[in-house]
Design a protein around this ligand. Structure first.
Ligand code: NAD
Length: 413
């Protein structure tokens, strides 16, 4: 379903258009579009059967003008330097947009972790973290989970780092709560997505109560976003996962569906709704379409069949740049990923702050602070959108790039 997108070309294109919009100085533009540091490491793994494998790992540190590099580590066969570079740059813009004191980084290993045993996965994770140890640090670069990495892997990372440098819980975020993870982190990206949908409805004079919502992807982000929007009174009329979709024009029973999904690890087999395919779900008539699965799912070949008023990009990069241009011309409002899904990194930042304070905040406190950050970022972006008469994506990039450029200049070279 998803097309492999040229990530670097897409992120360069977005950066340059937004830089034009704010009249960014050419010299600063060059510095901001190039990563500060790129580390490529060989990660050997002794398999359970005694054989030896070798994998390629990466950590790209894009920019730290506003604070330590921050960004996830991805374990996936398709990870390559180009992908990691563009994801690292996106993190610089995302952290600046929600105004948290971080830069941007990203890392990964080119590996299919489903082919490894649990012990092999642990050995690989620890070896990778040892390999990148020279460039990370609690005030230098703070990794986090991304595709196919999770709290358990963060616990191994933290432990490995601690054996070399002494106990340092703030070296990674997205840890298990028992080891210094933050309350509210698990739901944060979905909660942030729902907050952004609510603010968008206000901006466009749409009524969220009774609004028809379609969600592609019912994992961490999609299911939490669905749950919060359901609580806000929206009707979730279609959802899908890797096995296909479900459609009910009267609205699906989301709490029941979440229980079914937790038990069966899929929405397939749920008692309510008509089965539809993952292509069909994108064409369902609705107010809000929330892609919350993969990148590149809305592209030049299928964009004309969409039937929604607003797209809320919960996944990273679900709309390709050519499709984005078509949607803008058609007047379909697209709320960009760097704004919509920034709730995750925002609560990661809260986790780091709690670790530095050696203190734990209540879940209510975390959620209230998340709400403030998301609403403030939304209003910055909508006022930039109005003042520059541009798309919300360009406005989000413009706010973020402007902030990073100011810090870059103030620090001096
Ligand atoms: P997840 O693995 O928990 O869930 C992914 C969901 O997408 C699953 O329901 C899966 O079945 C579904 N899916 C996979 N392939 C699909 C396909 N071909 N068609 C339809 N559905 C498919 O992942 P997640 O953490 O919910 O992340 C979803 C997206 O949000 C990703 O793009 C991720 O990069 C982005 N994101 C996540 C976070 C976070 O905190 N989890 C933060 C920022 C961005």
């Amino acid at each position: 379903m998803a097309k492999k997108v040229n990530n670097k070309k897409a992120s360069d294109d977005q950066f340059n258009r937004a830089a034009d919009l704010i009249g960014l100085d050419e010299k600063i533009r060059l510095s901001l579009n190039v990563p500060d540091r790129e580390l490529m490491v060989e990660v050997p793994l002794r398999k359970d059967d005694g054989s030896l494998e070798s994998y390629r790992g990466y950590r790209v540190q894009h920019n730290n003008s506003r604070g330590p590099f921050k960004g996830g580590i991805r374990f996936h066969e398709e990870v390559d330097l180009d992908e990691v570079r563009s994801l690292a740059a996106l993190m610089t813009w995302k952290t600046a947009l929600v105004d948290i004191p971080y830069g941007g980084g990203k890392g990964g290993i080119s590996v299919d972790p489903s082919k490894l045993s649990p012990l092999e996965l642990e050995r690989l994770s620890r070896r990778f973290f040892r390999a990148i140890n020279p460039i990370i640090g609690v005030n230098r670069d703070i990794p986090a989970p991304d595709v196919n990495t999770n709290p358990q892997i963060m616990a191994w990372f933290m432990d490995e780092y601690g054996m070399i440098n002494g106990h340092t819980p703030g070296i990674v975020t997205g840890k298990p709560v028992e080891l210094g993870g933050s309350l509210g982190r698990n739901a944060a990206t979905g909660r942030g997505t729902a907050i952004i949908a609510r603010e968008t409805a206000n901006l466009l004079n749409m009524n969220l109560d009774g609004a028809k919502v379609v969600i592609q992807g019912f994992g961490n982000v999609g299911s939490f976003a669905g749950n919060f929007l359901n609580e806000m009174g929206s009707k979730i009329i279609a959802v899908s996962d890797v096995n296909g979709g479900l459609f009910d024009p009267e609205g699906l029973d989301i709490p029941l569906l979440i229980k079914h999904n937790e038990k069966n690890k899929t929405i397939k087999g749920f008692s309510q709704g008509k089965a539809i395919s993952n292509d069909e779900i994108l064409n369902v008539e609705c107010d809000f379409l929330i892609p919350a699965a993969l990148g590149g799912v809305i592209h030049k070949m299928n964009v004309d069949k969409l039937n929604c008023k607003v797209i809320i990009e919960a996944a990273n990069g679900p709309v390709t740049p050519p499709a984005d241009d078509i949607l803008f011309k058609k007047g379909v409002h697209v709320v960009p990923d760097i704004l919509t899904n920034a709730g995750g990194v925002t609560v990661s930042y809260f986790e780091w702050v709690q670790n530095l304070q050696q203190f734990q905040w209540s879940e209510d406190e975390v959620n209230a602070k998340l709400e403030d950050k998301m609403v403030a970022a939304f209003h910055e972006v909508s006022s930039m959108m109005k003042s520059k008469d541009t798309s919300m994506r360009m406005a989000a990039f413009a706010v973020a790039i402007d902030r990073v450029a100011k810090s870059f200049e103030l620090r001096g070279v």
